[in-house]
Design a protein around this ligand. Structure first.
Ligand SMILES: CC(C)(COP(=O)(O)OP(=O)(O)OC[C@H]1O[C@@H](n2cnc3c(N)ncnc32)[C@H](O)[C@@H]1OP(=O)(O)O)[C@@H](O)C(=O)NCCC(=O)NCCS
Length: 182
């Protein structure tokens, strides 16, 4: 899997700058391992898959960076006004079953606890939808949300995602099909 399109993902919103985590940490003089340890904590990872849960020390963060890099692009989310790392955005692309010439993008996101409740996740995903809408090769974006994660469901619903029908007892998948009006 090459992830050619999502590797190029970079955008800014009113309060956030988003791009490949290696390029971003270099550009803002941030230590990526420190950034991960500050974002991924017992509390912020509680709703994430079991292998991501708990606190991260340097060792675990380093292994996690290697594992992510082997799998798919990861974006660092930095605040525009004070250049602080406040979140991670993971994008996983695959050939679309409905339209083999295009890709479907699966997303995941997590913000540092200190950044919660300010509309930043909604803004982050809005920026992603705007960026993806200008990429003709992207057909859709989707994300799986645990049933008890109301805040994350709100983030996707706020941005035009709809339940896709792909649901289990534990999670619901939300999806947005991009129009690409030219
Ligand atoms: C989910 C998460 C990204 C939301 O970030 P955020 O920046 O606080 O979200 P926003 O401020 O954009 O809020 C989105 C909506 O959720 C609501 N909300 C926020 N916290 C909430 C909570 N604990 N319970 C219910 N609703 C909540 C907000 O009021 C807002 O509602 P509105 O759009 O109707 O006004 C953040 O809490 C997080 O990183 N959680 C841990 C990781 C995670 O769950 N990732 C998603 C996995 S699918």
């Amino acid at each position: 899997m090459t992830h050619e399109t999502t590797q190029q993902c970079a955008y800014a919103t009113a309060r956030l700058v988003v791009g490949d985590w290696h390029r971003m940490s270099h550009r803002y003089g941030l230590d990526l391992i420190d950034a991960i340890c500050s974002v991924l904590t017992r509390i912020t990872t509680a709703a994430l898959p079991p292998e991501w849960q708990g606190d991260f020390d340097d060792q675990r963060a380093k292994r996690w960076v290697e594992a992510r890099d082997a799998e798919s692009p990861t974006m660092l989310v930095v605040t525009r006004d004070d250049s602080k790392a406040v979140g991670l955005l993971i994008l996983f692309e695959s050939a679309s079953q409905q339209d083999p010439d295009r890709i479907d993008v699966r997303l995941g996101y997590v913000l540092a606890e200190s950044a919660w409740g300010k509309g930043l996740a909604s803004e982050l995903v809005q920026g992603l939808v705007d960026w993806a809408s200008a990429e003709p090769s992207i057909r859709s974006i989707s994300g799986g949300v645990a049933r008890d994660n109301d805040a994350s469901a709100r983030v996707l619903l706020n941005n035009g995602f709809k339940p896709s029908g792909d649901a289990t007892n534990e999670a619901e998948t939300y999806e947005i099909i991009l129009g690409h009006h030219h």
